[in-house]
Design a protein around this ligand. Structure first.
Ligand SMILES: *Cc1c(COP(=O)(O)O)cnc(C)c1O
Ligand code: SF4
Length: 355
């Protein structure tokens, strides 16, 4: 299936063969609540004949999104509680989020910010708001790292990115600039020389956290886009959401993590899905996530291991939630599980060592 422009309406999706005509009306209702966009690069990857296609699951709206559970939250990770000025979230002392845009190249059906992203969302920071955000960052010397997120910061024009980077360049205590983005994967051609130059403008050590959830997303075009960032001296890390029906399988995750490492993207976070409204069909139990992550541990290189994390609802930040491989069995004595799930006592008792 080939598409030449981003699909944005239920009609676009139906025309592209991605929707059953019968549910057009229901899908329109979903579209009224949550933004829809599928880039040509992602639409091309979808197999319309597969009702469980893992790419379609991520981007094609579904009537199950209208099913909102009582425990689901409009602001699932508590960003609002930690926003000192518009566009800034300051939860941890040494780093802040800077949200300059609230649009994305694609809209993920499981998005934790789905209530604020999209054309009808929180909009773009005005030049005045941006100046205020930068002066907040400048006023607090503890801020070592600035994380551009949104929305997706790489939907901004190179000119706008350059402005922000120059603003950060002027703040001496900021040493690291990080951008969280899906663009290298979902719109690889946008990562052109002009954009790469703009990203370098801060002169700071720059990291890009690339968001992808299924190994098929790392097409040769996506890998080339990442290569352009790496060649420019930008370090890459990954970000993945553990999603039922997309990647809740150690084999799929192993392929994804290997694809990252082959692309010089160091696996960083595997997120447990947040309690975003209308996303219960994507959520699995933490116990299930722990089993999948433990299986990954036994299966692939240490380079391919992300940290499995939960963003604690209410704004308390992220915690690693993988099952521990170590348990204290007596004071100073531990039982440690190896990658085959066998237990060993640490420190070893000298007798059993010689058996
Ligand atoms: C996730 C997050 C960060 C970044 O956390 P890291 O563990 O450094 O990746 C920073 N600030 C906020 C508010 C966050 O939600
Ligand atoms: S790209 Fe990120 S912020 Fe945008 S819809 Fe997807 S998960 Fe949400």
């Amino acid at each position: 299936m080939t598409a030449h422009r981003t699909l944005k309406t239920p009609e676009d999706l139906a025309q592209a063969g991605l929707l059953d005509d019968r549910c057009l009306e229901d899908i329109r209702r979903v579209g009224e609540h949550y933004a829809v966009a599928i880039t040509p690069a992602m639409a091309t990857l979808i197999d319309p004949a597969d009702p469980d296609d893992p790419i379609a699951q991520q981007f094609v709206p579904d009537t199950r999104e209208l099913n909102i559970l009582p425990q689901e939250l409009a602001d699932p990770i508590g960003d609002k509680a930690h926003s000192p000025v518009k566009g800034v979230v300051h939860r941890y002392p040494d780093r802040v989020l800077l949200k300059a845009v609230h649009v994305c190249p694609v809209y993920c059906r499981f998005c934790f910010r789905r209530e604020v992203v999209g054309p009808a969302g929180d909009g773009t920071l005005s030049p005045e708001d941006l100046a205020q955000a930068l002066s907040y960052i400048k006023s607090d010397p503890r801020i070592w790292e600035v994380i551009l997120t949104g929305g997706d910061p790489l939907v901004m024009s190179p000119r706008r990115l350059r402005e922000i980077m120059l603003g950060l360049k002027a703040i001496e205590h900021v040493k690291i600039v990080r951008l969280h983005t899906r663009v290298p994967v979902v719109d690889p051609a946008a990562v052109n020389a002009e954009m790469v130059d703009a990203l370098l403008e801060s002169g700071k050590t720059t990291y890009v956290a690339v968001h992808a959830n299924h190994p098929r997303e790392l097409t040769s075009e996506a890998r080339s886009a990442c290569e352009r960032l790496v060649q420019a001296g930008i370090a890459l890390v990954s970000q993945t959401v553990l999603l039922k029906g997309v990647n809740d399988d150690p084999d799929v995750l192993a392929d994804l993590m290997r694809a990252f490492v082959e692309t010089r993207i160091k696996p960083y976070y595997l997120h447990h899905p947040d309690l975003a409204p209308g996303t219960s069909h994507f959520r699995l139990d933490i116990a299930e996530g722990q089993r999948i992550v433990a299986a990954l541990r036994g299966r692939v290189s240490g380079l391919c291991q992300p940290a499995y994390v939960l963003d604690i609802p209410g704004g308390y930040g992220k915690s690693v939630i993988s099952a521990s491989a170590v348990e204290e069995t007596a004071p100073g004595t531990y039982a440690v599980k190896d990658f085959r799930e066998n237990l060993h006592i640490y420190p070893p008792t000298s007798r059993s060592e010689n058996d």
